[in-house]
Design a protein around this ligand. Structure first.
Ligand SMILES: [Fe+2]
Ligand SMILES: [Fe+2]
Length: 193
């Protein structure tokens, strides 16, 4: 019987063996299973907003997800709404791309596209006040997920800065996040036809 590794033999990857990489592949499975929990903990405890709005980004995210859920959005879209601004503290200039890539392997191509582009689409509500073109999103007119992104912003994102809204708790979304991230990555749904 092969000896059970506790640690790999290498300190430079090029010195690794087949046994090392088999061992690491096994460890990676368990490691990756913690991803949804990490994201939830992050939303719950760290996700902060730019000061000045009535709700922080944690509350805004929960509220967006609540509205999506109450409007009957499918589960991956509810999860997308919950996580759509998760990149704000790390990637302020491309936070939509950041969040889009996190969910991309597990959701439909259109859900990914909506999250990936919501920053520009959301600009419709304020770009004209900050010297930018509020209609910049029009360059994507004709894309099959264009209207979905318009609706995401209109019904759930731009709407969700209300401190008095009856927002659902994070615990309500936990099983959804776990289910979406337990899916087979890069399945057919992720490919735009
Ligand atoms: Fe955003
Ligand atoms: Fe948002």
């Amino acid at each position: 019987m092969a000896e059970q590794l506790q640690k790999v033999s290498y300190q430079r990857m090029k010195d690794g063996t087949e046994a090392d990489y088999a061992f690491m592949a096994e460890n990676a499975v368990a490691y990756q299973q913690l991803t949804p929990g990490r994201l939830l903990t992050y939303v719950d405890t760290v996700l902060e907003g730019i000061p000045g709005e009535h709700v922080d980004t944690r509350e805004h995210s929960l509220q967006s997800a609540t509205r999506a859920f109450r409007d009957g959005a499918n589960e991956e879209m509810v999860v997308a709404a919950l996580l759509h601004d998760i990149g704000v503290p790390f990637a302020p200039d491309n936070h939509d791309q950041f969040a889009g890539e996190i969910i991309r392997p597990y959701v439909g191509w259109d859900t990914y596209w909506v999250v990936r582009h919501h920053g520009l689409f959301q600009g419709y509500y304020y770009f004209h006040y900050v010297g930018k073109d509020r209609n910049a999103r029009d360059k994507y007119r004709g894309h099959p997920a264009f209207q979905q992104c318009v609706d995401f912003c209109e019904k759930w994102d731009q709407e969700s800065f209300d401190p008095d809204y009856d927002t659902m708790p994070l615990s309500a979304f936990e099983p959804m996040v776990h289910r979406v991230f337990a899916r087979e990555p890069w399945a057919e749904r992720t490919k735009q036809p």
